[in-house]
Design a protein around this ligand. Structure first.
Ligand SMILES: [Zn+2]
Length: 83
C-alpha cells in the first residue's frame, strides 16, 4: 500500500463520502496482513475505506462530476464547502 501522502494530504484531496455524501471526514489506521495504512472515515455514516482508494468510484462519470465541483469551490453550495 502506498504511504507517500500524509493524513492531511489525503483529507484535503478526499471527495465527499460515496455512501451519505458527508464531507465531515477524518483519517484512521487500518492494520492488515500487509502492514498498517491510512484509511478515510466518514464521521456521518461511519463508512471507511483505505485512503488510497477513497476517491475511487465505479461510476466514473459521477466521480468526474464530483471532482469538477470540488475544483471549483466558489460554485459549491455552502454546506459542501465545509471540510
Ligand atoms: Zn458517509
Amino acid at each position: 500500500m502506498c504511504v507517500d501522502k500524509t493524513d492531511l494530504q489525503y483529507l484535503k484531496e478526499a471527495v465527499p463520502c460515496p455512501f451519505c455524501g458527508g464531507v465531515n471526514l477524518t483519517t484512521t489506521w487500518w492494520a492488515g496482513d500487509d502492514g498498517e495504512f491510512t484509511a478515510i472515515a466518514c464521521m456521518s455514516c461511519k463508512a471507511e475505506a483505505p485512503a488510497a482508494v477513497w476517491n475511487n468510484r465505479a461510476d466514473t462519470e459521477l466521480f468526474d462530476f464530483v471532482k469538477t465541483f470540488k475544483d471549483n469551490l466558489s460554485e459549491l453550495p455552502a454546506f459542501l464547502k465545509q471540510g
